[in-house]
Write a new protein. Structure first.
Length: 393
């Protein structure tokens, strides 16, 4: 069984397999047993961490629950108005392998269009389970009739159920079940597909949110992933048009002590106030992002080192106005350790630039600790970086 390619996912899948095996001991016989299997499988579907993992479990376990020979889900690509087997891509599963061998087709990469009045569209639009003695009508336009008939004979299939994937009236695709008998338990089939569709929708929503959410939830500025991609995109332009680029990294001084003294809630408020202050001090196409903990980065496209020093001065001045306690707040202004790195002299990739800046930040903090100069803002002298000199302020 291989649901995911990563070792961690394979180990998790093995654990789930052992769970199913352990539960077999408590499994009733007959239809009650299949309902028991249905409950266990749906619990797993709703707890799966990815679409691949969830679909893999469904394709493997659904035949036993429904007494089908194979189960074949196809999702609806609404933009292109086609049914796609894309969630199955890369999946290795015995039931599916036997079906692919019989049909002489890689069923994990198939796509089927949805012409008006075609059987495939009717299944979706009617919203009801359709049964047929053959899949020939479903495969129309992809698999020849004689090949499909030969495959059904090889698989021993006598009946097929075509189940629309619907949640709250919205269509998500079709699941096809192939049976070696003519009597099927429609209730179990519909219940299982309902849970499968709901799980698919929920996981897809979660993955889309993770994919497109570029905002740090605490500070409301961009996150590290976004600015790393933005740096790489800008570096392509810099290399092509010989333009400058600078990156300013700031690390709030003594934040750990502040957090410990006033609590995480107040610490989050301080982080957010600092982020808003930095964002207000720049303008597009300049970008502010939180790298993690109390670290921020400001991307300055088409900005050389000398100009970056001027911007950094403005950033520090803005930070010094931050107070999380209102008018009766802390008596000392917020300070930060700062590093400035530039393309191409300090690095040719986002990783090089970020790593170089963080190294300089650590060095500045070590110097501050060694000299025991509390509440001192330090910035690395960008004009004397090569000689290792420091500018303290």
């Amino acid at each position: 069984m291989r649901w995911l390619k990563s070792r961690k996912a394979e180990e998790a899948a093995a654990d789930d397999e052992r769970l199913f095996d352990d539960l077999d001991a408590a499994r009733p016989e007959g239809r009650e047993g299949r309902l028991f299997d249905l409950v266990i499988l749906t619990l797993f579907l709703h707890s799966a961490g990815s679409i691949n993992e969830m679909v893999g479990a469904f394709v493997e376990k659904a035949p036993a629950v429904t007494e089908a020979t194979f189960v074949y889900p196809m999702v609806l690509d609404k933009k292109r108005d086609v049914l796609s087997a894309s969630p199955l891509e890369g999946l290795v599963e015995p039931h599916l392998e036997r079906a692919m061998d019989a049909y002489q087709e890689d069923l994990t990469v198939c796509e089927l269009d949805l012409p008006m009045n075609h059987f495939r569209r009717q299944v979706i639009e009617r919203g009801e389970v359709q049964t047929r003695s053959s899949m020939v009508e479903f495969w129309d336009g992809l698999i020849a009739e004689d090949v499909a008939m030969a495959a059904e004979e090889k698989l021993g299939c006598k009946k097929f159920a075509f189940v629309p994937m619907l949640v709250e009236g919205e269509a998500y695709g079709i699941v096809v079940f192939g049976f070696t008998k003519t009597e099927i338990d429609a209730e179990i089939v519909e219940l299982l597909v309902g849970h499968f569709t709901l799980s698919l929708r929920d996981i897809a929503t979660q993955e889309d949110t993770a994919r497109f959410n570029d905002i740090d939830p605490v500070t409301w500025v961009y996150n590290r992933r976004y600015i790393s991609e933005a740096i790489e995109n800008e570096l392509v332009r810099c290399g092509r048009y010989a333009r400058a680029l600078s990156l300013v990294v700031l690390d709030l001084d003594d934040f750990a002590q502040f957090n410990a003294q006033y609590g995480q809630s107040m610490g989050d408020r301080l982080l957010r106030s600092a982020a808003v202050s930095l964002a207000e001090a720049v303008s597009p196409p300049e970008i502010v992002a939180r790298l993690g903990d109390d670290e921020y980065a400001v991307l300055l496209p088409e900005t050389n080192r000398a100009a970056a020093v001027s911007v950094t001065t403005r950033l520090l001045a803005s930070l010094s106005q931050v107070s999380v306690f209102g008018q009766d707040g802390a008596p000392e202004p917020l300070k930060a350790s700062v590093a400035i790195v530039c393309f191409p002299e300090d690095g040719a990739s986002a990783k090089d630039l970020l790593d170089g800046a963080m190294s300089d930040i650590r060095q500045a903090k070590r110097e501050r600790e060694e000299q025991a100069r509390a509440n001192t803002v330090r910035t690395i002298n960008p004009l004397a970086r090569a000689s290792g000199e420091r500018l303290r302020g």
